[in-house]
Design a protein around this ligand. Structure first.
Ligand SMILES: [Fe+2]
Length: 329
């Protein structure tokens, strides 16, 4: 059972459950199939020393089936009912939904389902858990209000791992293809500094055979976007976040970007719990493994490393931020 922080048993103020929802039934709503291929971070140009500190050496998978036809129909229905709660994310996304797992029990139960987690775990090759911050569970992007606005610009995610699932049938949408850059985020930053975005000959737009298919992504390391729409068709995708259970890996989060994205009453509490979980894991390792030593500096460094994520959360939360990073497009 991979759980980092249990899903809260109470809802934030102002959030209400959809009524008349079907119960999530893994036996009839899931149809988990393996991806045909997995792309590694080294294939994008990352070096071994950088990969070593990250959750997994996996970069992305080819699209694989997650939902049955019945499951995909229910998800589309849930998404349409939740559309009324869309908001912008800084200047990166015009219409996105956060906190949907506090409004739809079906969505919540899909996003924290252990069969789905285990499936992703096999793809990533490491023990994982649904993201400890439920704002990162069941995130949805909807088509923008006009063709002038991107669905989502080039970026890497504010969290380590996620899957990106098509909610609407890609065959019914003109454009709006999910694309990723066959390069590193350092290269993407160099391009952005020159006013450029990843060139078409270095991007991959995987073919999603239908709604309910997803790709697994190392979202913090793979630069990606939802490409432009050519017609204002209904276009909905869903992103579900995960973390490595091994807290010795890098945090790989940019939670300070979420100041302009999330409901603060939800964000600050979830963020604190995430930081506390990370430090709890590292402190437990320290208790188990710290040897006798007179090397004071080494002991201090171990303690500082153990609480680094909590200290960073305190500093970033105190400072605040009013922008969200992206690479344009
Ligand atoms: Fe993303």
């Amino acid at each position: 059972m991979g759980i980092a922080v249990p899903f809260p048993t109470t809802q934030p103020a102002g959030y209400q459950w959809l009524d008349d929802e079907p119960s999530f039934d893994p036996d009839t709503h899931l149809q988990l199939e393996a991806p045909s291929k997995i792309v590694m971070l080294s294939e994008l140009g990352y070096h071994d020393d950088e990969i070593a500190t990250k959750a997994t050496p996996v970069a992305a998978s080819t699209p694989f089936r997650v939902l049955s036809d019945e499951g995909a129909e229910i998800l589309l229905d849930v998404a349409r009912r939740l559309r009324q709660f869309v908001r912008p994310a800084g200047d990166r996304i015009q219409n996105m939904l956060r906190g949907g797992c506090y409004r739809s029990r079906w969505l919540r139960d899909l996003c924290i389902d252990q069969d789905v987690s285990n499936h992703l775990e096999a793809i990533y090759g490491i023990p994982i858990a649904p993201h400890p911050m439920p704002v990162h569970l069941g995130h949805m992007n909807f088509e923008p209000n006009s063709l002038d606005n991107a669905i989502d610009k080039w970026h890497h995610d504010t969290l380590p791992l996620d899957f990106v699932m098509m909610v609407t049938d890609p065959a019914d949408v003109d454009g709006g293809r999910f694309e990723y850059f066959v390069g590193t985020k350092h290269e993407a930053a160099e391009l952005a500094a020159q006013g450029l975005t990843p060139p078409a000959d270095r991007t991959v737009a995987p073919h999603f055979p239908g709604p309910g298919y997803a790709i697994a992504l190392h979202g913090d390391m793979v630069v990606h976007r939802a490409g432009p729409l050519f017609n204002l068709d209904e276009r909905i995708s869903m992103v579900n976040g995960y973390v490595a259970l091994d807290t010795s890996a890098d945090d790989q989060s940019r939670s300070s970007d979420l100041f302009v994205v999330d409901d603060h009453q939800v964000l600050f509490t979830e963020w604190a719990k995430m930081a506390a979980w990370r430090s709890q894991g590292r402190l437990a390792t320290l208790i188990d493994e710290l040897p006798f030593t007179s090397d004071k500096a080494a002991v201090i460094a171990e303690l500082e490393s153990a609480i680094a994520d909590t200290q960073r959360a305190i500093d970033e939360m105190r400072e605040g931020k009013d922008t969200m990073e992206h690479y344009g497009g």
